[in-house]
Design a protein around this ligand. Structure first.
Ligand SMILES: Cc1cc2nc3c(=O)[nH]c(=O)nc-3n(C[C@H](O)[C@H](O)[C@H](O)COP(=O)(O)OP(=O)(O)OC[C@H]3O[C@@H](n4cnc5c(N)ncnc54)[C@H](O)[C@@H]3O)c2cc1C
Length: 394
């Protein structure tokens, strides 16, 4: 087989490897170029939504992920002042998904499951320590320059998927604008083995706590809780990174409890940006390379996995001669529009909600009082509505 007969994927994150798994399942040969020397171990996304699990199930990755994760059948909203204000159960949308729950597991679990399943499969190749530097293309092929062992090598394939994260080299090489803004606030994630269940009765694994001054959310993953705090712009990064600062935030969670065991902290900037286009000729952008948003609602990685499936289903159809090239434009139409219309809008609204506890609590009361509204709300937060909207976009 010549180098021409492959799909190239830049990046072995969750989006790149899901794209690879879906293509290999359809007997499309794939080469993944990963800049790192191994898969990332960074503590990042930890929530898998119901339709994402449905997708992973089609190539056998949902079951091992569920086995390594924590099944969260519902989630809660609280306010700092009044405690629990609303609880939702995904059981109410069991007719719309085979997985009416979230799975709490780190994204590094998924990438390892996928790579283990892909290794040795016909048509699959992965190359570590291989950073995509530049991209050129003509009507029938795409060439990537790969930086490896201090040198540069060119590889030519049929299509390229840029799944190389928020600072995507593929996006830069294509000259695609990444439009949007960066919030002045930052987020600090504090991980602790402390057992919040022992002190907060009835606590579910996913909790959002609204507060005008400092909201936070509590997410349980196997063996740890992650507490995510919003940090206003007037505090320096140096100050935030101190142990004392993390302890002072944690001390606000449960009155009378302080001095937590802290496993690690992550400080990060929050952006809302979407690439001007998700397709340029034979090159596509997917996942964080195409869009980034705040983590409220866990839509970043999930949306990226939805991109990967939407795109690779179409690429496989074109590869097998079941569809024409124009089919690939529908990826850009559907995924870019739903990213703008729903994911960006919803995550910005989620942040506003947590900053405005009283009106938020009232809106939840209205939703909870009506089963139809509750059903539609659950379709939205689980991202099923986003996928249905994409289908409507033709
Ligand atoms: C602290 C934190 C918490 C988060 N929580 C959530 C959450 O709960 N739910 C959610 O849905 N999302 C969450 N996100 C967002 C989520 O982590 C990302 O959306 C997700 O990682 C995107 O996956 P990806 O595969 O597109 O990119 P990445 O995971 O960034 O993977 C990109 C890969 O490409 C490689 N790479 C980079 N440049 C190159 C290059 N030039 N050539 C080759 N390889 C390259 C990188 O080494 C990496 O392996 C969170 C993010 C952070 C930072």
């Amino acid at each position: 087989m010549s180098a021409q007969d492959r799909v190239f994927i830049a990046g072995a994150g969750p989006v790149g490897l899901v794209a690879a798994a879906n293509l290999v399942r359809a007997a499309v040969p794939v080469t993944v170029f990963e800049a790192g020397s191994d898969l990332s171990t960074e503590s990042r996304a930890s929530t898998f939504h119901p339709p994402t699990l449905d997708m992973l199930d089609t190539f056998g990755a949902a079951e091992p992920l569920i086995a390594q994760g924590l099944v969260a059948p519902g989630f809660q909203y609280r306010t700092k002042k009044d405690g629990l204000v609303a609880e939702f159960d995904f059981g109410a949308i069991a007719d719309a998904t085979a997985h009416p729950y979230r799975v709490q597991a780190e994204q590094s679990k998924l990438t390892r499951i996928l790579l283990d399943q892909l290794r040795g499969k016909p048509g699959f190749e992965i190359s570590f320590n291989s950073r995509v530097q530049s991209v050129t293309q003509d009507g029938s092929s795409v060439t990537v320059a790969i930086e490896r062992s201090g040198g540069t090598q060119n590889h030519t394939g049929r299509w390229l998927i840029g799944a190389d994260g928020a600072s995507s080299s593929v996006r830069r090489a294509l000259g695609t604008r990444f439009e949007g803004f960066t919030w002045p606030d930052r987020l600090l994630v504090v991980s602790t083995p402390f057992d919040f269940h022992s002190t907060i009765p009835g606590l579910t694994a996913v909790n959002y706590v609204a507060d005008a001054e400092r909201w936070y959310f509590l997410l349980q993953i196997p063996g740890l809780w992650r507490v995510m705090f919003l940090i206003k712009e007037d505090i320096s990064d140096e100050q935030i990174r101190t142990h004392a600062f993390a302890q002072s935030l944690m001390a606000t969670v449960i009155p009378g409890i302080s001095n937590y065991e802290i496993s690690h902290t992550t400080l990060y900037k929050v952006h809302q940006r979407v690439a001007k286009t998700f397709r340029q000729g034979r090159a596509f952008l997917a996942g964080d390379a195409a869009h980034i948003n705040n983590p409220l609602g866990g839509m970043g990685m999930n949306g990226g996995i939805h991109d990967a499936i939407n795109l690779t289903d179409r690429l496989a159809a074109v590869w097998q001669g079941r569809a024409y090239d124009a089919e690939l434009d529908r990826y850009d139409t559907q995924r870019r529009l739903v990213t703008l219309e729903t994911i960006q809008t919803q995550t910005i609204q989620n942040k506003k909600n947590l900053e405005n506890p009283e009106p938020f609590a009232k809106s939840l009361e209205v939703i909870k009082s009506d089963p139809k509204r509750t059903y539609e709300y659950l379709l939205r937060v689980s991202m099923i509505a986003t996928l249905r909207r994409a289908q409507e976009l033709g």
